[in-house]
Design a protein around this ligand. Sequence first.
Ligand code: GAR
Length: 203
Amino acid sequence: MKKNVAIFLSGGGSNMRALVGAMNAAHPGRPALIVSNDAQAGGIAWAKGQGLETLVVDHRPFQGDRVAFERAMLAALAPHKIDLICLAGFMRVLTEVFVSPWQGRMLNIHPSLLPKYKGLHTHARALEAGDQEHGCTVHLVTDKLDDGPILGQAHVPVEADDTPDVLAARVLKQEHRLYPLVLERFLNGITEPIFLNADLSQP
Ligand code: GAR
């Protein structure tokens, strides 16, 4: 039986699209639910257009009460019989209230080679540090920010004239390769990390 995968996003959802695209007939998962904290997120409009089930829990009415927001998300999720959550550009920090019932069943993609550059502005920080390489990481989520066992990383080179936007685009392309691969491996019971290098011969 296929596993029901919920994908959480806050923006355009290009990683969500890559994950949905990978979940074909032979894949161990199905995109059961697309979740956002923002009804206006581009990813939600796209998912609706694809006929996918969507769920929005707006964080704004809960301002200052993260726990109440997380409890509302847990309650809204419960009827959907979800097996695994993929955070894919979900820009809310999750506390142990949400994480603990999902620990071991929730993945995240982060745009850096963790443990480097947890949090925001990862591309600018890699450039400021003069790093020669950068990349992205898929990991299991714990209640520590951008922490938890690493399931896969993709490396990209940093070029001399890179701006944060140029570097972000190079990394994002690799995110779209890495996340579907790690998801499929994880659903097949493989937790040993995989490391990819960008194939620069590809356009
Ligand atoms: C991606 O680069 C993802 O790694 C990052 O947000 C972007 C979302 O893009 N996530 C984080 O920074 C989480 N801390 P997308 O909406 O096009 O997938």
